[in-house]
Design a binder for this molecule. Structure first.
Ligand SMILES: [Zn+2]
Length: 308
C-alpha cells in the first residue's frame, strides 16, 4: 500500500498557497493562486484546487488542513474578522468546505499554522516552546507552548503583530495604533525612507539595495524598524520565556540590517536570564511554512497523536 499524503492550504491576504506533504513532512507538490476577494469565489477556487489534487493522487490524501487569515474563533470555527480578507468575516467555512472535501479536515488561523509548520518540520523542531514572527507587509505570529499550538481561551492568542510597541505610531487596520505590525513591516521601511528623503514610490527592495550601497537614510529606515522589532522581542521574552523565537517573512532578507540592532535592543530590554536562554534565529520553511503547517495540522487531527 502506498503511503499517505496530507494536503495543506494557506489562505493569505493576497495569495492562496497549497500543497501535499508525505509522511516525513516533505512537500511532494505545491502550487499557488491569487486570493479572490469574495468568500464564494474563494470556495470555488478551493474546490477546483481540491479536485486537481485528488486527481493527481487518487485515494492517497488522508486529511486536509486550512489556514485562514484573520481572527479565527475556535468555538464557531469561523473567521470573526479578517483585516486582509474581509470577505471571510463570519463566513460559515465548515459547511462550505464539507461540500467538497471528502477527507477529515481542520481549520485554524494561517499564522498559527505557519508556527505549527516550523515547529513540526522547520527551524523549531523539538522545541518545547516557540514563537514565530513572519515579517512582511504586516507581522503574522503563532505560539507553540508546552509542545502544542497555543490558542488562548477562544482562539485569538498569538496576535503579537498587534501588541503596542509605539504609542505614538501609525494607525493599524486592527483599530489601534503603533502595533508591532505597523512599525515593523516592509511598508513602514518604505514610508520612513520616503519621509527622510522626500522620494516616494520606492519598493522595500529598492530601499534594501540602497542600504547595501551605504545610503544612510536607507540604513536609518531599517534601524528604526529593527528598534521596534527589538522592543517586540523584549516583550515576548519577558512575557513567556520561550525556548526559540523564529523570524521569517520577506523583510528578513534584509537580515544584516535588522537582526543585529534588533537583538541589541531586545538584550537591553529583556530580563538577562530569559534573554540568555532564548534562541532567536531565522525560520526555515520560507513561504511553504503555512501550507506545510496546515497539512500537519490536518494530519495531527486524524493521527490520534497528542500533537495539539
Ligand atoms: Zn494592530
Amino acid at each position: 500500500m502506498k503511503t499517505g499524503l496530507y494536503a495543506g492550504f494557506d489562505l493569505g491576504g493576497s495569495r492562496l498557497k497549497y500543497g501535499l506533504i508525505g509522511n516525513r513532512g516533505r512537500p511532494i507538490f505545491k502550487g499557488g493562486e491569487p486570493t479572490p476577494d469574495s468568500a464564494g469565489d474563494l470556495m470555488s477556487l478551493l474546490e477546483d484546487v481540491w479536485k486537481r489534487l485528488q486527481a493527481l493522487q487518487p485515494g492517497r490524501i488522508r486529511s486536509a488542513g486550512f489556514g485562514f487569515a484573520g481572527f479565527f474563533s475556535l468555538r464557531e470555527q469561523k473567521i470573526i474578522q479578517s483585516p486582509n480578507c474581509p470577505g471571510l468575516d463570519g463566513f460559515d467555512l465548515v459547511p462550505a468546505l464539507s461540500s467538497f472535501v471528502d477527507v477529515p479536515f481542520r481549520l485554524d488561523n494561517d499564522a498559527n499554522l505557519a508556527a505549527f509548520g516550523e515547529w513540526r518540520r522547520g527551524a523549531g523542531r523539538g522545541a518545547g516552546s516557540l514563537v514565530l514572527l513572519t515579517i512582511g507587509t504586516g507581522v503574522g505570529s503563532g505560539i507553540v507552548l508546552d509542545r502544542g499550538l497555543w490558542h488562548g481561551s477562544c482562539g485569538f492568542a498569538g496576535e503579537i503583530g498587534h501588541i503596542t510597541v509605539n504609542p505614538e505610531g501609525s494607525p493599524c487596520k486592527c483599530g489601534a495604533a503603533g502595533c508591532l505590525e505597523t512599525e515593523v513591516s516592509a511598508t513602514k521601511i518604505v514610508d520612513h525612507y520616503a519621509s527622510l528623503t522626500g522620494e516616494p514610490g520606492l519598493s522595500s527592495k529598492d530601499v534594501y539595495k540602497r542600504a547595501r550601497e551605504g545610503d544612510p537614510d536607507a540604513r536609518e529606515s531599517f534601524a528604526r524598524c529593527a528598534r521596534y522589532l527589538g522592543i517586540g522581542l523584549g516583550i515576548i521574552i519577558n512575557f513567556m520565556n520561550p525556548e526559540k523565537i523564529l523570524l521569517g517573512g520577506g523583510v528578513m532578507n534584509a537580515e544584516e540590517f535588522l537582526l543585529p540592532p534588533a537583538l541589541e535592543e531586545a538584550r537591553a530590554r529583556a530580563s538577562r536570564p530569559a534573554f540568555a536562554c532564548c534562541e532567536i534565529e531565522k525560520a526555515a520553511l520560507g513561504n511553504d511554512a503555512g501550507f506545510i503547517g496546515a497539512a500537519e495540522w490536518g494530519r495531527a487531527g486524524v493521527s490520534g497523536s497528542r500533537r495539539r
